[in-house]
Design a protein around this ligand. Structure first.
Ligand code: G4P
Length: 191
């Protein structure tokens, strides 16, 4: 999506260790107009999939997920990260390991909000190693629902998550795919 790519070029800051900071429009301060345009693009990509629920994970994915739910006219569920292992019977849960932060977290969704028969579109801001996306797919499967695909704002295509999950048959649509990046340049995949 050219508009997002231009914004990353203009305002993205590459930090040492391969981290792209996009705090000024996506991760800390949110640009609602850009997020709404991203949501409309996601709708264009998945409009024939009978999506009836959007699923994301707290925290940074929630903003764009809500706007995506607005365009699809369906509820938005976000998985909660929990530090406690005391799980009740009324939640689906899985463990997600964050490579960036080097910690494992339990991720929970109440059974009330995901049901068999749901057609779920997963939305998230970043795809890097794919652990978060894998965890969300696991939760949807536990619910007996169907993942129709994943819509991602920024995919770091030089990290293994996207390739690994596409190989398993998951449809992933990323609005901006980064092939490589250094402190002075960001190279986007040509598609
Ligand atoms: P994964 O989500 O693809 O498995 O990757 P990883 O474990 O490496 O990412 C851990 C966290 O860091 C995730 O957010 C992910 O969205 C974020 N992240 C990964 N690469 C980048 C990057 O280059 N820039 C930025 N800004 N974020 C990145 P999280 O810890 O789950 O939490 P939250 O920030 O959504 O609360």
């Amino acid at each position: 999506m050219q508009q997002l790519i231009e914004r990353i070029k203009r305002d993205g800051v590459v930090k040492p260790g391969g981290v792209l900071k996009v705090d000024s429009f996506l991760n800390h301060q949110i640009d609602p107009k850009l997020s709404y345009d991203m949501a409309k693009e996601i709708h264009r990509l998945f409009e024939n999939e009978d999506v009836n629920k959007i699923l994301t994970i707290e925290a940074s994915g929630i903003g764009m997920a809500v706007l995506t739910g607005l365009v699809f006219d369906c509820p938005v569920v976000f998985a909660k990260k929990s530090k406690t292992i005391n799980l009740s019977d009324d939640v689906y849960s899985t463990t997600v390991y964050s490579f960036t932060h080097q910690v494992s977290k339990q991720v929970l969704v109440s059974k009330r909000y995901l049901n068999p028969g749901d057609r779920v579109l997963i939305v998230d801001d970043f795809l890097a190693n794919g652990a978060a996306l894998e965890g969300l797919c696991d939760i949807v499967e536990q619910a007996g629902a169907t993942v129709v695909g994943a819509a991602i704002a920024i995919e770091k295509a030089f990290q293994p998550g996207g390739a690994k999950l596409r190989e398993r048959g998951l449809r992933i649509e990323s609005l901006a795919r980064i092939e490589s990046m250094g402190e002075d340049s960001i190279v986007f995949c040509k598609e």
